[in-house]
Design a binder for this molecule. Structure first.
Ligand code: UDX
Length: 461
């Protein structure tokens, strides 16, 4: 199958590379010609594990190529995927201008009988709109429009693509259903379930799925707060909930509030769609508000529970919105650090991959190359991203280098007893108190008792 991919961003590149791995011939186009030059030189403009090597392999095999020309990319294609951005507008809706521009571009070069597939996350009714635009552009053209949402997580995009839970194909005619089924045959033959449905259903599935996952996170975050107040431990509680097959174990890890390029934007667009159609999504509207407030509340909690004052030094470990990505969009750190700074605290920060991106958004932060440099002389360490290297921190080294010994683990990545054994006061999310069990000679061990729940004054939110 000859496939054109419009958009060489994170979704377009992952999809194009994986289609090539599945045996298709793929041409990828982007309006950003600098990006195309970079890709032609074999460089991936984003950080995504395994993708760069796979992309280079596919280019070398001749299955994947990049093109500056829309005509050259789309001309011979049986199927053209639109994987362009759908940024949020200030009112929470999505801006479809890139999708519309891509639709106009493909309509110019598409061969008769070809299918245009929207990969971008779009609101219900977008396929209909794209069909209208293309029909206006090229009246005589015979074509179909379909929806095929992606469910790729940053950091595991290739695995998610090649071993998905399901493939959702939204089609309103037989031609596109047959063609898209053929594209995905290598995966469905291996047993991946396929949901073949209408375009509107497929568009809605994507938003509803992300909204539901975000709800699970919002739920466990509130359960964690309740655990803290009642003396329970959110770890076993989440395990006990998640073993119910109707609920499932994933997305039940408490954290500083979800972020990233998808959940915040998609939940807002979902809520806006509900408002626009007179079917308000009250649960999601509340979730959006609670998730935002959580980040600010945790910042205030750090100040209050860490007994931090003007001039205190805080080491923030983790700027990415989650581990294994350099993406800092809607990351908790971007919200929490400015609040700490506003309270007069000095912030040092470390992230193994996302520091360069974060520098563009954060001011007056002291950037360090290692977590230990960040912790050097700090009054408190705050873990905001669950990077593997933070899970394996040398706690003895950390304790020795800090000025006061308070650790806020807002990803629950450390073992509370191990932390306490190094004379550190440990405050995590929804876990029982563990007081420092050893006092070390350097610095003062905080008088704090070692858990969120023993310290009053949960921040106003
Ligand atoms: C998400 C969806 O998972 C994916 O299907 C969709 O296509 C794109 O959006 P992504 O944004 O890459 O993927 O990240 P994901 O792993 O889903 O995490 C989103 C946010 O939720 C992160 O901030 C993460 O830290 C947070 N999270 C996730 C939790 O706080 N707890 C959890 O248990 C899971």
């Amino acid at each position: 199958m000859h496939i054109a991919m419009i958009g060489a961003g994170y979704v377009g590149l992952t999809t194009a590379t994986c289609f090539a791995e599945m045996g298709h011939d793929v041409a990828c186009h982007d309006t950003d010609s600098e990006r195309i030059s970079q890709l032609e030189a074999g460089e991936l403009p984003i950080y995504e594990p395994r993708l760069e090597e796979a992309m280079q392999r596919m280019v070398a095999s001749g299955k994947l190529r990049f093109s500056r020309s829309g005509a050259n990319c789309v001309g011979g294609a049986d199927i053209a995927f639109l994987a362009v951005g759908t940024p949020a507008t200030p009112d929470g809706r999505i801006d479809l201008s890139q999708v519309e521009a891509a639709a106009r571009l493909v309509s110019r070069w598409l061969k008769p009988g070809a299918v245009v597939v929207i990969k971008s996350t779009v609101v219900a009714g977008t396929c209909r709109r794209v069909r209208e635009i293309m029909a206006e552009e090229r009246k005589s053209l015979d074509f179909s429009v379909a929806a095929n949402p992606e469910f790729l997580r940053e950091g595991s995009a290739m695995e998610d693509f090649l071993c998905p839970d399901r493939i959702v194909i939204g089609c309103d005619d037989r031609r596109s259903a047959l063609l898209l089924s053929e594209v995905y045959r290598p995966l469905t033959e291996r047993g991946t379930p396929k949901v073949l449905t209408s375009t509107t259903n497929a568009e809605l599935i994507k938003y509803a799925a992300n909204a539901f996952l975000a709800l699970k996170i919002g739920f466990i975050n509130e359960v964690a707060d309740l655990c803290a107040e009642t003396g329970a431990d959110v770890g076993p509680v989440a395990e006990g909930i998640g073993l119910d097959r109707r609920i499932g174990p994933s997305f039940l890890r408490p954290g500083p509030g979800y972020g990233g390029s998808c959940f915040p934007k998609d939940t807002c667009a979902f809520a806006a769609t509900g408002r626009d159609h007179g079917a308000r999504q009250f649960l999601i509207e509340t979730l959006i508000e609670r998730n935002e407030k959580r980040k600010a509340a945790l910042a205030r909690r750090i100040i209050a529970q860490g007994e931090l004052r003007k001039g205190s030094v805080v080491a923030v470990l983790g700027l990415a919105f989650k581990a294994n990505t350099d993406d800092i969009r809607e990351a908790a750190a971007l919200r929490i650090i400015p609040i700490l700074q506003k309270a007069g605290l000095r912030v040092k920060a470390h992230d193994p991959k996302a520091a360069t991106n974060a520098r563009q958004w954060l001011r007056d932060v002291e950037w360090t190359d290692t977590a230990y440099e960040a912790a050097h002389g700090a009054d408190a360490v705050v873990i905001l991203t669950e990077w593997e290297e933070y899970k394996n921190l040398d706690l003895g080294r950390l304790a020795c280098t800090m000025s006061r010994r308070v650790v806020f683990d807002y990803r629950n990545v450390l073992n509370p007893r191990a932390v306490a054994a190094h004379g550190l006061t440990y405050l995590s999310l929804g876990r029982p108190p563990v007081s420092p069990t050893r006092k070390t000679t350097r610095g003062r061990v905080s008088a704090l008792t070692g858990s969120d729940q023993r310290v009053a004054a949960p921040a106003r939110d």
